[in-house]
Design a protein around this ligand. Sequence first.
Ligand code: FCB
Length: 419
Amino acid sequence: MDEIYQFPKDFLWGVAISSYQTEGNNFASDWYAWEKIGKIKDGSLSGRACDFYHLYREDIDLAKSLNLNTFRLSIEWSRIEPKEGEFNQKEINYYRKILTYLKEKKFKVFLTLWHFTLPSWLARKGGWQNKKSVFYFTRFVEKVVPEYSDLVNFWLTINEPLIYLSCAYFLELWPPEKKNLIAGLKVFFNLVKAHQKSYRVIHQILPQAKVGLANNLVYFRPVKERYLDKKLAEIFNAFYNHSFYRFTKGTHDFIGLNYYTCHRVEFLKIAELIKRMTSENPETRTIRKEIYPEGLYFILKDLKKFNLPIYITENGLADEGDARRRRFILRHLKYLWQAIQEEVDVGGYLHWSLIDNFEWHEGFKPKFGLVKIDYETLKRIPRKSAYLYQEICQKNALTKEIVEKYDPERMKEIFPKVI
Ligand code: FCB
């Protein structure tokens, strides 16, 4: 046991991507118009992105060659309903082709129904601020679910409601670039309702469906073992990490966890923490902070109280040179394994991302891919960490040999008892 961290039988190993970030040419989306007015930090436009739209077979084959058994992707609402109430059957069929190909290749599929981008017609009507957005979204869900019912294993209604809310309604980083508490609250409650209603709609169509959402949780890390720091961390945890689950209680068949970062919590520096959470870092224009793999363990232990199976629906880092990604994967998986040993029901791990892609307002600069994209030629070039992940997935385990081969310097950290 000391030399191998074995994962449960039938564990899901996969990757996650989203439509807007990879497909290219999503003309009818709010982001497409917004990018054009010079909003992206590195001046880029999503353009053809990774051209996943045409190259999806190649990317799915790539995922297969990495020994993955699970694939998370999203469908683009603005392609399917480019004009209010007018559904484009050709695009509906297009996604069916991708999902069919995934099934042929024996992938389990997580399908996200909404991943940050809106059809322009809805954005013009106020997007999620408009209370009719719940109706529009549910109508879209009613339309697409029967189309893909035989091809999807896990339905994710929405992606990261709180990240969307903070970037679009507080930090002015994403369309509609607001800083408005009232608007933000409206959006929050409309997203709550959209999730609840679509949960019910999917279950009416498919009583056995597994439905959840992908939520980004942050580990609030008390700086010291001091009572007040720990209390404050608990409050932030309840407020930030639990709020969406609490409001949508009873409408989750599983928990989809996106884990990236931690925030240090110190009672005496509370103002600093709030500032960090509510304003962008002027240098990086990102709200993500510190990478802390152990935080994944603490979050998983905490989520156990919801008594639902958990899937890691995203976890990854931007690392163009691939100098840190191997270590990142090894450390996160070790803590994930540890949580499983302590009876947390985790059924799978999906790395963000398979390929480099369009990272929202940061453009193409952050490179999250296990596989590099040469944007000139669109060639896919696996990074070394892709091979590390490939071996872990193949063995369904993290072994001493793998660490020895891919990151020997981490041996002591990953297998302390072996040294
Ligand atoms: C998550 C988003 C995903 C991608 C990664 C890096 O917050 O869900 O689209 O941007 O971060």
